[in-house]
Design a protein around this ligand. Sequence first.
Ligand code: FAD
Length: 413
Amino acid sequence: MQDEFDTIVVGAGPAGSTTAALLAEKGHSVALIEKDKFPRYHVGESLMPFCYFTLERLGLADKMDEIGFTKKFSVQFVTEDGSQSKPFYFFQHYDHPSSTTWQVLRSEFDKMIMDKAISNGAMLKELTKAQSLIEKDGQVTGVNVKDNSGHSYQLHAPMVVDASGRDTFAQNKRKWKKRDPKLNKIALWTYYKGALRDPGLDAGSTTVAYLPGKGWFWYIPLEGDIVSVGIVGEKDYLYREGNDISEIFAREIENNLWIKEHLSCGKQFGKFWSTGEYSYRSEFCAGDGLLLAGDAFAFLDPVFSSGVFLALKSGEMAADAVSNALKTGNFSAGQFESYGRELCHGIESMRALVYAFYDESFSFGDLIKAHPGMRSDLTDCLIGDVFKDFSELFQAVSDFANVPTKLKHGLVA
Ligand SMILES: Cc1cc2nc3c(=O)[nH]c(=O)nc-3n(C[C@H](O)[C@H](O)[C@H](O)COP(=O)(O)OP(=O)(O)OC[C@H]3O[C@@H](n4cnc5c(N)ncnc54)[C@H](O)[C@@H]3O)c2cc1C
């Protein structure tokens, strides 16, 4: 059995499979380690328009329509009394195929990218868990893994990319995790069948509906007449009367008229899910022979559906950075400095917008009324065009909300 590779990628979610697919396409030998068996369930169904560009590079943009994922043309915001903002139609901002994005079943979406990695030549080892990093003089040289029959063995490579998602395999081993204390929310979610869809173009829109104290619902229409519905808020607020999630749902639905009306004809099915430990970023994005991508590097509150986009984009950036390291034979952490800098810049743009969203004194309407010229920059942020200079936008936002200082960490060890 082959146990030497150019790169080992841990985790076959969007970040890991993108890295593996693009590295294999460039002719590098790649082992892709996945603890689960795909297709597997995953939360995070609403995509951002700029996912398109990584999907296009992977040769998968056309496949998205072939599979028939729900088309998403816009995002809209709904106040507590149920009044709806005018939807932000992405095509009004940028007339390009990327302006139509999708709501996806993650089981199918993630498998599609994983299959691409395999067809490009990556070697998948599923039902196989990365247990620990193999290190020599501080340099990562491989991974100790264990398969589902209990067999443990070693895989070796000069580069390991950790894309293990919120399991944060390398961050945990290295004690690099740093929480974002102000974004410490929890999420509760479930699924409904037969709930109301808005007509026409708005049928696949993501709706963010407010709860008192800046909590919010997500309402994401999926294929098969299914809607993903979640609540995000402070733990103390949501669990104030107990921790039965179905009861919390029943209570909070009464707090937003739009949600109440849309769910009135739907039937909840399956389990209620929850997660805490919300936003974090690793102290470092790289060590010698080690690079972090997707949620394994950073996780941001999902109010603007940025997670899959950042996973795809960082997967793409990681593949380019690792390919370069393989060409030069330089696997030191310093080789990945610009990867970390650029990625953190994009994450910071989204993070500042998330902070504004949770600020009691902020509203998109007030911002645009006071600074009409900022509509374009704001929409850029909402579609994922985040790797540019937004200083003017956040100067304008600071009239209404606290703009957080950029986190200093997230660069190389
Ligand atoms: C409540 C909630 C709602 C969200 N909503 C949205 C949304 O609407 N839109 C959006 O874009 N994003 C959303 N997100 C974020 C989104 O789900 C993630 O950002 C995205 O899945 C990250 O992709 P990834 O590839 O980094 O990690 P993942 O998709 O989590 O993939 C990681 C993979 O690594 C595997 N793995 C883990 N540990 C190991 C190990 N030791 N060995 C081998 N394999 C391992 C896992 O099994 C998994 O398959 C949401 C997140 C949460 C928590």
